[in-house]
Design a protein around this ligand. Structure first.
Ligand code: GUN
Ligand code: ZN
Length: 431
């Protein structure tokens, strides 16, 4: 049995913080320990009692650093690592000009494998231990993704994108091919090691009704898979989707018609939703995924966190690489804060750190396995250094509370603040 004991300042959320001072929402141990046996957390708490149970465990000293659950990115795109920072276009032009050509290259197995490896390095460098990814329309891009996840023993969710129209031939499938490839991928990878499959129709614009019907059949056959797509990101996109599905009363109704709503359904963006759409999402437990760096970069709009939450819609947070501009969830929450500031809403630091960890795990129905440091959880852990740069160290001299420290990390931090990351108990930060 491999055993490790991490020594440091330990923070893990128990529930969604109700306010900026909600100390009941988290456990914090200033001199804490996390004991890991064979990839699972065996004990978390004050260092003295935890170390008394540690036997011959290897002790790793992270004192001064914060020990948190591994971060979770609820929506990104593996084949868009080389699309990040593409200039001067809003959503539909951005897809046509930059994204579809980049995704076409994933017909090449070597390219898929190389980018998959780089993608996982970037996730881990930024403290992200679980992500939900769209791969390209090519089955081999999803094979490369899951093979790399398995090699690194990571709990990763993803799927090949389904898209059969309104894009160049090199990135399209057909309803039958998309169905067959998804089915083969589910058989091969869903529940193998730590991999989980997400059925991934890109969005209504790039799927014919025939493909949506086959997606419906697939999701009905595999209800324990996830379903991920895009919804209501950009006004031109909404108008085109409704032109293509003229019977639908609104954008969400297209997906609703094909049975794609539910507690394992993840809808990227959800910026320009109506009250009806928000209510229908809430009733079905469908998740709205907030992607702030992408929404600002592509100029899509401001996600209304307050209205979405008060309707009762579960909310997750994500980078949306490569519409998003950083693989860092810290950079993501910094931009989330600014998006809400522009709407006179506030995102307190406890809420940000909850969302990146337990909140996203709850949105993925995985809080019993990841997103916390509770015993029996998988030992995916992120260690953060709040003084990682001279500027941060100077700012931290004036920080007095845990909440202030978290806010400094979110506002000034990036991959340099990730001191170490553990995947199922093993150190995994790339060089
Ligand atoms: N809508 C459909 N596809 C995409 C994509 O790849 N990125 C973003 N941001 N929106 C989309
Ligand atoms: Zn996306």
């Amino acid at each position: 049995m491999t055993s490790r004991l991490l020594h440091g300042r330990v923070l893990s959320f128990k529930s969604r913080p109700k306010s900026a001072n909600d100390q009941a929402s988290y456990d914090y141990y200033p001199d804490g320990g996390v004991l890991i046996h064979d990839g699972l957390i065996a004990a978390t708490g004050d260092y003295a009692p935890v170390s008394a149970r540690a036997g011959t465990a290897e002790v790793i000293d992270h004192r001064d650093h914060l020990i948190l659950p591994g971060l979770i990115d609820a929506h990104n795109h593996l084949p868009q690592m080389q699309v990040i920072g593409s200039y001067g276009a809003q959503l539909l032009d951005w897809l046509n000009t930059y994204t579809f050509p980049a995704e076409a290259r994933f017909s090449e197995p070597d390219h898929s494998a190389r980018i998959a490896s780089a993608y996982f390095d970037e996730m881990l460098r930024n403290g992200t231990t679980t992500a939900v990814a769209f791969c390209s329309a090519h089955k081999i891009s999803a094979d490369a993704y899951f093979a790399e996840a398995e090699r690194r023993n990571m709990r990763m969710i993803g799927g090949k994108v389904l898209m059969d129209r309104n894009a160049p031939d090199g990135v399209l499938d057909t309803p039958q091919q998309g169905y067959d490839d998804s089915k083969a991928l589910i058989a091969e990878w869903h529940g193998r090691g730590r991999g989980l499959y997400a059925i991934s129709p890109r969005f209504a614009i790039t799927s014919t009704p025939a493909q949506m019907e086959m997606t419906q059949a697939l999701f009905a056959e595999y209800p324990d898979c996830y379903m991920q797509t895009h919804l209501s990101e950009n006004k031109q996109e909404i108008a085109l989707a409704l032109e293509l599905y003229p019977q639908a009363q609104d954008y969400l109704a297209i997906y609703e018609h094909y049975g794609l709503l539910g507690g394992k359904s993840l809808f990227g963006h959800c910026i320009h939703l109506s009250g009806r759409e928000r209510s229908a999402m809430a009733e079905t437990g469908s998740v709205a995924v907030f992607c702030p760096t992408s929404n600002l970069f592509i100029g899509s709009g401001l996600f209304n966190e307050h209205v979405t939450r008060t309707h009762g819609v579960p909310i997750a947070v994500a980078t949306d690489i490569g519409g998003g501009t950083s693989c860092s969830m810290l950079r993501t929450m910094d931009e989330a804060y600014k998006v809400l500031q522009l709407q006179n809403q506030t995102l307190n630091p406890l809420m940000s750190f909850y969302l990146m960890t337990r909140g996203n795990a709850e949105a993925l129905s995985l809080a019993d396995r990841i997103g916390t440091l509770e015993p029996r959880s998988e030992a995916d852990i992120c260690v953060m250094d709040s003084r990682a740069t001279p500027g941060m160290a100077l700012r931290m001299e004036a920080a007095e509370t845990l909440a202030e420290e978290l806010f400094v990390l979110q506002t000034m931090g990036d991959d340099r603040s990730i001191a170490e990351v553990y995947v199922a108990g093993d150190a995994a930060k790339p060089e």
